[in-house]
Ligand binder design. Structure first.
Ligand SMILES: [Zn+2]
Length: 283
């Protein structure tokens, strides 16, 4: 059900899984993986050690429709389904089998509003920090697991919680804005750095990485009633405590809970789904 491309090195090493288009309209990962696949097949890059498993399109139906999802958000139903009823439940089961067979995972996404690539450090362990530092991405977001632990109705499971539950090391990278060609390059650099970090290829140098700026997620705002953003928020825009972020059509407002930043504003979010998040600088 999911197309995989597998490249095995001559020497023993980790099985590294890279996934793209878990959300069908997020195609930068697919393109970044496609570039690496082409480079391996034409002999420009070789896998010397371990195994590279590529799944360029994790949600084929949504990808064809250029939509986030077909019947459900794959990155909120990423658990094993004993009686799958929706298309994405079947995808989740197929992807779970693939994740189970790997040691390390990199999941490439893109987002609605903003230009800066960032990664989710969901499990804040020394190994995850080492892996994250290797990717050369200067903006990190922590606190996803803590935030969604109290919002099970919104998120039954995502790729990283599944990877963690299966004992795998995983990171999710948001490469940039959905339609920004630069997102493909950010995704490609992150992928090359990741596979080099785990020894699958020769070292890869894409320039010096800045010290990461870490923000902790503190609040999810779902689109529970109609309204609009107070301005065209971009990911990581600063906000002051009490600043109005959303004007609701009923005349009420949603104000920033603390000094900090807005995270992943999604102006076109569907009713009931995540609209914007708040975060604060992590010490
Ligand atoms: Zn996504």
């Amino acid at each position: 059900m999911l197309k995989q491309l597998v490249f095995k090195g001559a020497a023993e090493g980790p099985v590294f899984l890279v996934t793209g288009a878990v959300h069908g309209n997020e195609k930068c990962g697919t393109a970044a993986i496609g570039r690496l696949v082409m480079e391996i097949e034409s002999g420009l890059v070789s896998i010397g050690k371990g195994t590279l498993v590529c799944v360029p399109v994790c949600n084929p139906r949504a990808y064809a429709l250029h939509k986030r999802q077909a019947e459900a958000n794959l990155n909120r139903v990423m658990v094993r389904h004993t009686s799958p009823s929706l298309y994405e439940h079947h995808l989740a089961n197929a992807l779970a089998d693939i994740i189970d067979g790997c040691d390390v995972m990199l999941d490439l996404h893109s987002y609605s509003s903003g230009v800066r690539p960032f990664l989710f450090l969901d499990s804040d362990t020394p190994n995850h920090r080492k892996y994250a530092a290797a990717l050369g991405i200067p903006f990190w977001i922590t606190g996803w697991d803590d935030l969604y632990a109290g919002a099970q109705d919104l998120n039954a499971g995502d790729t990283m919680t599944y990877a963690k539950s299966a004992g795998k090391l995983g990171l999710l990278v948001e490469c940039g804005q959905h339609e920004d060609p630069a997102a493909i390059l950010h995704g490609y650099h992150a992928l090359r750095r990741a596979v080099a970090h785990f020894g699958l290829t020769a070292p890869y140098d894409a320039g010096d990485a800045a010290k990461p700026q870490v923000n902790r997620l503190t609040k999810i705002v779902t689109k529970d009633k109609a309204g609009h953003f107070a301005k065209t928020w971009q990911h990581l825009d600063p906000v002051r405590k009490g600043e109005t972020v959303i004007f609701y059509d009923d005349g009420s407002t949603l104000d920033a809970p603390a000094d900090g930043v807005v995270i992943m504003p999604a102006p076109l979010a569907e009713p009931g789904s995540e609209w914007i998040y708040f975060g604060t600088a992590d010490a």
